[in-house]
Write a protein that binds this ligand. Structure first.
Ligand code: HEM
Length: 450
């Protein structure tokens, strides 16, 4: 590409000191609002803060270009550098040949055939939780329950271990780690983590607590004979084709923390938002329950049932449209690129906010409304593919997407058959956009037998 600075036409965005300053203030105060405002400048908006330049893009064709067609020109961005302090160099954050090797190693654990075997475990963990609900506190925080449940599902399915007793400690540490990483990302001036500021001390303590737990899970597993079929055993047994060496403790730990985080928090927040939306839209709640009773009767769901629970699936899809657990994906350009009539210089952060694109009136009629049937085949067919990308796209697409959809369908269908969950009147529901889009104060709901 023959490019020079003179030919560089810049996309619209905040200009001058005050406009930029106001946007930086907003970015620190309310990230979602910042994204709303910045994307008002156009489908490609440019924002400079400190020595960084970000292009925020919302056109599905441009998103496809970055994630799929020209993906080799992009690496994961600054956001992931901060996340690396939490999850290390695991599958989510690694790059190049190392990432390719790790993805190949992990992939067999996510093949459809393998996931089929997980359905039973998902059902039995869920069943246990629902039985506990019967005599448990009421009202209660659904978000905490979902975190615990999805955490123990990851343990049982991917690690072949019962890690449920670590749930609270890991949850707290992960939360502190993610919050710390998100705050560091928004800061223009940040001290290295070795400088003992109160925030750094908190952050480092959380990470070391979590690492300790994960090392103990690995040590326990290593006591078993080799050849186990779960992901953790496969990672422990894996040998490099050329050197014959296995993964060292640090690599193993990084992968396990990655799967712990990526594998439970996203599905858990999706389910929490689904319960919230069902409580706001009783006609949808009625419809999903009637489908579940039609398909399952009194039985627990099997894998075949999951594909028959079509409306339930649409409820989950629509939940992820309005409340995408991963609400923004970012990349860093390596070389020059060009799309939408603009040239993108090397070193640019390219931000693709699902939260904004999923609510764009250009692609969604009544975008703020909760309307699961917009995901019917008929109504989906003319929509551009990347107007909806809750699991990302291209080679870095979510490895756990089928796992997540199956888990969410099983959990939601079994729960709505047994209980109706009503949001506690007056309870404040606020979105908190960290790495995932969480309900800031949890989700206090009242359980009513069905
Ligand atoms: C509703 C649930 C989930 C959502 C919305 C979600 C979303 C995503 C997204 C958007 C990405 C791509 C990030 C990027 O391109 O920068 C991703 C990657 C990833 N997800 Fe998920 N995810 C979910 C569930 C899961 C589950 C259940 C697992 C594991 C059991 C998992 C493991 C991963 C991993 C390891 C990656 C990194 C893949 C790579 O870069 O090769 N996710 N996820």
């Amino acid at each position: 590409m023959n490019l020079n600075n003179e030919s560089l036409r810049l996309p619209p965005g905040p200009k001058g000191f005050f406009e930029t300053y106001n946007h930086i203030k907003l970015l620190k105060k309310d990230l979602l609002e910042f994204y709303h405002k910045i994307t008002d400048y156009g489908e490609i908006a440019r924002f400079r803060f400190g020595n960084r330049v970000a292009y925020i893009i919302t056109n599905p064709e441009h998103i496809r270009h970055v994630l799929v067609e020209n993906n080799q020109n992009y690496t994961k961005s600054v956001l992931y550098k901060e996340v690396k302090h939490v999850v290390g160099n695991g599958l989510l954050t690694s790059e190049g040949d190392f990432w390719r090797r790790q993805r190949k190693l992990a992939q067999p654990s996510f093949h459809k055939q393998k996931i089929i075997g997980f359905a039973e475990m998902m059902v039995s963990e869920n069943d246990k939780m629902l039985q506990e609900w019967e005599s448990g506190k009421n009202p209660f925080d659904v978000s905490q329950e979902m975190m615990k449940l999805t955490f123990s599902v990851v343990g049982k399915t991917l690690f072949g271990s019962d890690i449920s007793s670590f749930s609270d400690r890991v949850g707290e540490s992960l939360y502190a780690g993610i919050e710390g990483a998100a705050n560091r990302m928004k800061s223009i001036i940040k001290f290295p983590l070795s400088v003992p500021t109160p925030a750094n001390i908190r952050f480092n303590r959380a990470i070391s607590e979590m690492d300790k737990i994960v090392y103990s899970i690995i040590a326990e597993k290593k006591k078993n004979p080799p050849g186990g079929a779960d992901l953790l055993s496969m990672l422990i047994d894996a040998r490099d084709e050329e050197t014959g060496e296995g993964m060292n403790e640090l690599q193993l730990k990084d992968e396990i923390v990655t799967f712990m985080l990526a594998g439970h928090e996203t599905t858990s927040t999706t389910l929490t938002w689904a319960f919230y939306l069902l409580s706001k839209y009783p006609e949808v709640a009625k419809k999903i329950r009637s489908e579940v009773i039609d398909v399952l009767g009194d039985r627990n769901p099997s894998l075949e049932d999951v594909s028959k629970l079509k409306y339930t699936t649409m409820v989950i899809e629509e939940t992820m449209r309005l409340y995408p657990a991963i609400w923004v994906i970012q990349r860093n350009s390596i070389g020059w690129d060009e799309f939408g009539g603009y040239k993108i210089p090397p070193g640019t952060i390219v931000s693709m906010p699902q939260y904004i694109v999923h609510r764009d009136p250009l692609y969604w009629e009544n975008p703020e409304g909760f309307d699961p049937e917009r995901f019917s085949e008929e109504r989906s067919k003319n929509r551009p593919k990347y107007s909806y990308f809750p699991f990302g796209g291209g080679p870095r697409t979510c490895i756990g997407n089928i796992f997540a959809m199956m888990e969410a369908t099983i959990i939601l269908s079994m729960a709505v058959r047994k209980f109706r969950l009503d949001l506690v009147p007056g309870f404040k529901v606020e979105k908190q956009a960290l790495l995932t889009l969480r309900p800031k104060f949890g989700m206090m709901m009242h359980r009513v037998d069905q």
